[in-house]
Design a protein around this ligand. Structure first.
Ligand SMILES: Nc1ncnc2c1ncn2[C@@H]1O[C@H](COP(=O)(O)OP(=O)(O)OP(=O)(O)O)[C@@H](O)[C@H]1O
Ligand SMILES: [Mg+2]
Length: 329
C-alpha cells in the first residue's frame, strides 16, 4: 500500500517498481477542479492502465464523478492536464473524448426514456440504408448485442424497462462506440446480482480485447474485477495499490481516514429476549418458482437490538420481509 500526497509528482514516479510493467494509457496530472467555493478535486494524479481495470473508491462527495467527468471531457479542469498516450490533450466536450476512444457511463442515466431500446442504442450513429435509416438492421443488431444478454425487445420504450435493464442499455450504448477507454460510474447501483454477473463478464471480455476500464463501484463488489485500486477522499487521492495487496478493510480505512473505526454497538442498554426468530426460511421467486430468492435463511432479532440486512438489489431483502408464512418453504 502506498499513500499518495496530493502534491506528489505523477503517480507512476511516486509509486515506483510496483507499476513499472503497467502501461499507462490515460492520466490526470495535477488536476484540480472547483465549483465556485467547492474544491471538488485538489491536485489529483490518476492513471488508467492499458487493458486493465482501475477501480476508484471513495465516500460520497469525495470527487470521483468529478475526476471522471474531467477525464471524459464532460467538464474542464480548473488547473492541471490530461495526458493520453503520453501526449497532453484538451477536451472541449465529450465529442472530443469520444473521438479519441474515451467514453463514460454516467451515474445518472442519460437515456431518452420515451424512445425505444433500439433508438437509444443507435442515437447519433444511425445505420443508413438506400432509403433512409435502416431500422430493421438496427433492431437486428440490438437483438444480437451481447451486453444486453437477456433478451430485450428492441422496440420497447426504455421507460417501460426495469431500472436494472435501463442501466444495461446505458452500458450497451457506451460499449457500442468502440471505446478503448471506458469509464463506468457506479454502473451496478440498480443491477440485480445476476445482472452484475453479466456486467462483469462483459468487463472481462473487454479487458481481453485490450480495453482499459475505470470502474467506480457501488459497493465492494468491484474487488472481483479490480486490477488497480485508487482511493479518493475529499478531493485528494489517499491511496493506490494493486488488487493482490488490498482487502475490504484497506478500502474502508483509506476511504474514511485515520480515525478508522467500523464502530461498536451502542452501550448502556440491555439486549432482551429473542423477539423474532426466522429458521431456515426459503422464498420462491414469483417469476421462476423453482428458484429461491431467499435460500434457507436463519436469523434472530432480540428486544432492543437493531439488525441491518445488507445486500445488492435482487439479493432477496425485500422478498424476505414481505414473505407471508404461506409463501415460505
Ligand atoms: N456541478 C457542480 N456544482 C457544484 N458542486 C459540485 C458539482 N459537481 C460536484 N460538486 C461537488 O463536488 C464534490 C464532489 O462531488 P462528486 O460528485 O465528484 O463526488 P462523488 O465522489 O462522485 O460522490 P458520490 O459517491 O455521491 O457519487 C461534492 O462536494 C459535490 O457537491
Ligand atoms: Mg459520483
Amino acid at each position: 500500500m502506498s499513500h499518495l500526497d496530493s502534491t506528489a509528482p505523477a503517480p507512476a514516479a511516486a509509486t515506483g517498481d510496483a507499476r513499472r510493467d503497467d502501461e499507462v494509457v490515460l492520466s490526470a496530472r495535477n488536476v484540480a477542479k472547483s465549483f465556485g467555493s467547492v474544491q471538488a478535486l485538489k491536485t489529483v494524479n490518476f492513471d488508467v492502465f492499458r487493458g486493465q481495470v482501475t477501480t476508484l473508491f471513495g465516500e460520497n462527495g469525495a470527487g470521483k464523478s468529478t475526476l471522471m467527468k474531467v477525464l471524459s471531457g464532460v467538464i474542464q479542469p480548473t488547473s492541471g492536464e490530461i495526458v493520453l498516450d503520453g501526449e497532453p490533450v484538451r477536451f472541449a466536450s465529450t465529442t472530443d473524448a469520444t473521438r479519441l476512444g474515451i467514453s463514460i457511463i454516467h451515474q445518472e442515466l442519460s437515456l431518452a426514456p420515451n424512445l425505444s431500446v433500439r433508438d437509444n442504442l443507435f442515437m447519433g450513429r444511425e445505420i443508413k440504408g438506400p432509403t433512409g435509416i435502416d431500422f430493421a438492421e438496427e433492431a437486428r443488431q440490438t437483438q444480437a448485442d451481447e451486453a444486453l444478454d437477456e433478451p430485450i425487445d428492441p422496440l420497447t420504450p426504455v421507460e417501460d424497462l426495469r431500472l436494472g435493464q435501463q442501466q444495461i442499455v446505458e452500458i450497451a450504448r457506451a460499449l457500442s462506440v468502440n471505446s478503448r477507454i471506458l469509464i463506468m460510474d457506479e454502473p451496478t447501483s440498480a443491477l440485480s446480482a445476476s445482472e452484475v454477473e453479466v456486467l462483469f463478464r462483459v468487463i472481462r471480455d473487454l479487458k481481453s480485447r485490450g480495453v482499459s476500464i475505470v470502474y467506480i463501484p457501488h459497493l465492494e463488489e468491484a474487488l472481483t474485477i479490480t486490477d488497480h485500486a485508487v482511493v479518493l477522499r475529499d478531493g485528494v487521492m489517499t491511496a493506490y495499490a494493486k488488487r493482490a495487496d488490498i482487502d475490504l478493510e484497506w478500502i474502508v480505512r483509506n476511504m474514511v481516514g485515520d480515525n478508522f473505526d467500523l464502530g461498536s454497538p451502542p452501550t448502556g442498554h440491555t439486549i432482551g429476549e429473542v423477539a423474532l426468530a426466522i429458521e431456515e426460511v426459503s422464498v420462491a421467486d414469483v417469476n421462476v418458482p423453482e428458484r429461491s430468492v431467499v435460500d434457507r435463511l436463519s436469523l434472530t432479532v432480540r428486544a432492543g437490538e437493531i439488525v441491518c440486512i445488507y445486500g445488492l438489489m435482487g439479493a432477496g431483502r425485500t422478498e424476505l420481509w414481505s414473505a407471508s408464512p404461506g409463501a415460505c418453504r
